[in-house]
Write a new protein. Structure first.
Length: 205
């Protein structure tokens, strides 16, 4: 079987949903929020209100390399869910999908940060090892995001933290279906090379 790769992390923060939504939905504050440290500055294209279809551009820095992404909002459900798909300035929203999901829980809020990548790999060995390594790398970059959010709402560090080394199903549902069995091995080789290159440039959003 071939499946998309990705990961999610979640934790309970002692703050109301509305307080955390105010932060995660303000894309211009994502440089302060993103645990990866890669987001440098964010601007909203055309100054339009944030909603499904709106685009915001992000200045990124990875290992000394500066580049710009154009991110199209694909889920906008205040104050619970916000997801955006990464792309290029000339082609917004064509690559991985990132998400924040908020849910009231035990006098606080369970905050989930997740990503679905466009790398599709078989679930059997040895590709399963690469899938897990990619997922752990992204999870490690998202865990500090939860800490940043807790600090920004003056709450203690998140508790009951959970890590899932699979992409959120609601995000993979927005990617093209993987229904070409004859191309599985070709796709696996291409995805494996892309995955290895991604790992080499990422420090373990």
């Amino acid at each position: 079987m071939i499946r998309y790769t990705g990961a999610s992390v979640s934790g309970r923060i002692n703050a109301p949903v509305e307080a955390i939504w105010e932060l995660v939905s303000d894309v211009e504050r994502h440089p302060q929020i993103a645990g990866s440290g890669e987001v440098q500055a964010v601007t909203i294209r055309d100054g339009r209100p944030l909603e499904v279809g709106a685009v915001f551009e992000s200045q990124q820095l990875i290992r000394g390399i500066h580049y710009v992404t154009a991110n199209r909002i694909v889920i906008w459900d205040p104050p619970y869910r916000f997801a955006w798909r990464v792309g290029l300035p000339s082609a917004p929203g064509i690559a991985q999908i990132w998400m924040f999901a908020l849910q009231p829980e035990a006098n606080g809020t369970r905050v989930t940060n997740g990503v679905a990548l466009i790398y599709a790999l078989p679930t059997f060995f040895p590709f399963s090892l690469l899938r897990k390594k990619l997922a752990k790398g992204y999870a490690n970059s998202m865990l500090p995001t939860l800490d940043n959010l807790a600090r920004m709402v003056n709450a203690p560090p998140p508790d009951d933290v959970r890590v899932i080394t699979e992409p959120p199903a609601e995000l993979t549902a927005m990617l093209p279906p993987l229904i070409v069995p004859g191309a599985t091995m070709v796709a696996a080789v291409v995805a494996a090379v892309a995955g290895i290159l991604a790992l080499r440039r990422r420090n373990p959003h």
